[in-house]
Design a protein around this ligand. Structure first.
Ligand code: GAP
Length: 583
C-alpha cells in the first residue's frame, strides 16, 4: 500500500507510456490518417505480439490447466439473444448533453466530478436535478437545466438485405456460451461441472471514452463460463490448489466502514462467509496468480467485492480484480461473478429449448405417484371426438373426490369422479432435471495489456545517460532475445545469423541487429522490453561462447553456444533465473 501511495504522488507515467507505445509500434490510434475516433485502437507489430502472449498465458490457465475448451462464436447475434440476456432493455448508461458545448456526457461521471452522492441509484429526473449545479466535464461550464436519459450501449445492425432482421454486435462474449449450452453439455457427456471459454472482440458504444486503452468501443474479452450443480458450489474439485492462497480482500463491509483490505486465505474467506463459495474463491485466487504471472505487481492489485447495490440483479457474489494506475486510480480489470441460473433460465424461456441437466441419483428414490385410470368405454361414449384429448389431459391432472377440471383448447371440462379410478403406485425416480448455476471470470485483455505496459515503464541511468526500459515480464515481451554481432564482418555476422535462425526454428522470437554502436543496439531493445541480448564477439570464434545480457540488471555472463536455445527458453519461461547463470 505504501508503494502505491508513493506512485500516486510521483509523475504520471501515462503520457510516457503512450508516447513510447506509439513510437515503437505497440499501440496506435485506429484509422489515424482520417482523424482517429475515440474508443478504437490498433495494436502495432509489438503490441499485437504482446497481446497474443497475454492471451496465450490466459489460455494456459483456463484451457490447459482447468480443462475448459475454447469456442468461437460470431460477434454479431440476432435480437432474440439480447432480449433474453436483458441487454436490449437494460444495457444502458445515463447520459446528458451539455447545453453549452453540446458534448454528450455520462451523467454518473458528471455527478462524481461534482461530489453528488448515490448517483447510481437515482432515477433520471432526480439525477437531472442533482447535476444541474455540476460543471460540464468537457467545457467546464455549469450545466444548469439538463435532461438525463438512457442510452443503450449496444451497436445495432441489420442482418441481410431488407433491414428486417435486427442484429447487435455482442457487448460480451458470454452469451455465445450460454446459447450453446445444450451442445456443450453433450460435448462434455452430460456431466457437471464443465466450462467453456472464449477470447474475442466485444463492442460497447461508450458515451465519452477518454481513457486510452481503459475504455474502448471495441475491446477484447477473455471469459470463462463454468456450469456447476447449484448444490456443489462449495465443492470445487481442485480447491486444495488455492485453499491456502493468501491475498488482501476488500469486502463490501470494509468498504462501507472505509477500512483497508484484510489479508486471508481462500479457505478462511469461504469458511467465514466472506466469499460466497469455493468456486468464486478458486477463481479469485487463480486470477491473482494469472495477473502476477503476466507481470502485475501484487502491491498494485486488489480484489474488491461489489457492494450490494452495485451487484447485477442476478449475481449472488461478485469480486473485481482492480489494478492501480497513477493516472486512472483503481481500474476494474477482471470481474468474477456467481451468475446463478439467471442466464440459462432466460434463454430457455426465450428460445423454448430447455436448458437443464439430468442428474442421476446414486440410488433411485421411491415415491408414490397418483395415477388416474380413465374408464375409456364410458369416456368415449360421453365425449366422442374429445375423448382422446381428455384421456391425455387426465394423465397430468390432480383429482378431487368430485372429479377433475381440465382444459382442452379454450374449453373447460369437468370430468366426474365416476369416470375414472385413482390408483397410488410406488415408482422409482432415477434422477432430476436441474438448471446449472454459472460462475464467470471475465477478463478485459486490453486493460491487462495497458497495466502491463504502464507497470513495465521505467527510466534509469546507463553509461551516464538516461535509459528508458520496459521491464516486461519475459513471458509477455514481444521480442524474446536480441542477437548482435559485435562487428558486421569477420564471420561474426554469420555466427550471429546462424544463432538467430536456430532460435527461430525452436519457436523463440529473436531479432538480429548489426546496425550502429552496441550500446545503441542495447538501448533500442531495452525500450521495447526485450529481456535478453546475445553478443557474438571475437572470443566466440575461439571459445564457442557468447555474452548473454540481462535487460534489467544490464549484467553480462559468458555462456556456451551449445544448449543456448534451451537456456533462453528456460529464462523466458521463468524456469531459471539470470542470476543462476552467474559464476
Ligand atoms: N460478461 C461479464 C462482463 O462483460 P464486465 O464487467 O462488463 O462483465 C468484463 O466486463 C471486463 O471487460 C471488465 O472487467 C473490463 O476489463 C473489460 N471491459 C468492459 N468494458 C470495457 C471497455 N469499454 N473497454 C475496455 N475493456 C472493457
Amino acid at each position: 500500500m505504501r508503494e502505491v501511495m508513493d506512485i500516486q504522488c510521483s509523475h504520471d507515467v501515462f503520457e510516457n507510456v503512450m508516447e513510447l507505445a506509439k513510437r515503437r509500434g505497440f499501440i496506435w490510434p485506429a484509422s489515424e490518417c482520417y482523424g482517429a475516433v475515440a474508443g478504437f485502437i490498433d495494436y502495432g507489430p509489438l503490441g499485437a505480439m504482446m497481446k497474443r502472449r497475454v492471451e496465450n498465458i490466459w489460455r494456459d490457465f483456463y484451457i490447459i490447466q482447468e480443462g475448459y475448451y475454447e469456442i468461437e462464436c460470431p460477434t454479431i447475434a440476432q435480437e432474440a439473444v439480447f432480449i433474453a440476456s436483458g441487454h436490449v432493455k437494460g444495457f444502458s448508461d445515463k447520459m446528458c448533453q451539455c447545453p453549452h458545448c453540446k458534448e454528450y456526457l455520462r451523467a454518473d461521471h458528471v455527478a462524481e466530478g461534482g461530489n453528488v452522492c448515490n448517483a447510481s441509484i437515482m432515477k433520471n429526473e432526480e439525477l437531472s436535478a442533482a447535476i444541474s449545479s455540476c460543471r460540464c466535464l468537457a467545457c467546464g461550464e455549469i450545466l444548469g437545466n439538463v435532461e438525463v436519459f438512457n442510452f443503450n450501449l449496444m451497436f445495432s445492425t441489420t442482418i441481410g438485405p431488407g433491414s428486417q432482421r435486427i442484429g447487435y454486435l455482442r457487448p460480451e462474449t458470454a452469451q455465445g456460451m450460454f446459447v450453446d449450452f445444450s451442445r456443450l453439455l453433450r460435448f462434455y457427456r452430460d456431466k457437471l461441472p464443465f466450462g467453456a471459454v472464449q477470447i474475442g472482440k466485444s463492442y460497447r458504444n461508450e458515451i465519452s471514452p477518454r481513457q486510452g486503452m481503459i475504455r474502448l468501443r471495441e475491446f477484447t474479452q477473455a471469459e470463462a463460463e463454468i456450469f456447476v450443480h447449484p448444490d456443489e458450489k462449495n465443492h470445487h474439485p481442485s480447491f486444495r490448489r488455492y485453499g491456502d492462497y493468501r491475498m488482501p480482500l476488500l469486502t463490501y463491509i470494509q468498504q462501507q466502514k472505509c477500512e483497508e483490505p484484510v489479508e486471508m486465505s481462500m479457505r478462511e474467506a469461504v469458511d467465514k462467509g466472506i466469499i460466497a463459495n469455493e468456486y468464486v474463491a478458486y477463481y479469485v485466487a487463480l486470477t491473482h496468480e494469472l495477473l502476477v504471472t503476466i507481470g502485475i505487481n501484487p502491491e498494485r492489485l486488489r480484489f474488491r467485492q461489489h457492494l450490494p447495490d452495485e451487484r447485477a440483479h442476478y449475481a449472488t457474489d461478485c469480486w473485481d480484480a482492480e489494478i492501480f494506475s497513477p493516472r486512472f486510480g483503481w481500474v476494474e480489470t477482471v470481474g468474477i461473478a456467481d451468475r446463478t441460473d439467471y442466464d440459462l433460465h432466460a434463454h430457455a424461456r426465450q428460445s423454448g429449448i430447455p436448458m437443464t441437466v439430468f442428474i442421476q441419483f446414486d440410488k433411485p428414490k421411491k415415491t408414490v405417484r397418483r395415477r388416474i385410470i380413465p374408464n375409456m368405454s364410458v369416456l368415449g361414449k360421453q365425449y366422442r371426438t374429445k375423448a382422446k384429448a381428455i384421456f391425455a389431459a387426465l394423465g397430468d391432472a390432480t383429482p378431487t373426490t368430485e372429479g377433475v377440471d381440465i382444459e382442452i383448447g379454450d374449453e373447460k371440462i369437468h370430468v366426474p369422479a365416476s369416470l375414472f379410478e385413482v390408483r397410488d403406485e410406488v415408482i422409482d425416480i432415477r434422477g432430476e432435471e436441474i438448471v446449472p448455476h454459472v460462475i464467470e471470470p471475465s477478463y478485459g485483455i486490453d486493460r491487462m495489456c495497458y497495466a502491463v505496459l504502464e507497470q513495465a515503464y521505467d527510466e534509469d541511468i546507463a553509461d551516464g545517460e538516461k535509459r528508458t526500459v520496459m521491464r516486461l515480464s519475459p513471458n509477455v515481451a514481444p521480442v524474446q532475445v536480441a542477437v548482435f554481432p559485435l562487428m558486421a564482418r569477420d564471420g561474426l555476422d554469420i555466427i550471429a545469423d546462424d544463432i538467430t535462425h536456430t532460435f527461430h526454428k525452436k519457436g523463440l522470437l529473436a531479432e538480429y541487429d548489426d546496425n550502429g554502436a552496441i550500446g545503441r543496439r542495447y538501448r533500442r531493445q531495452d525500450e521495447i522490453g526485450t529481456p535478453f541480448a546475445i553478443t557474438v564477439d571475437y572470443d566466440t570464434k575461439e571459445t564457442n561462447t557468447v555474452t548473454l545480457r540481462d535487460r534489467d540488471t544490464m549484467k553480462q555472463v559468458r555462456v556456451p553456444i551449445d544448449g543456448l536455445t534451451e537456456t533462453l527458453r528456460a529464462l523466458v519461461e521463468g524456469r531459471i533465473t539470470f542470476t543462476s547463470l552467474m559464476p
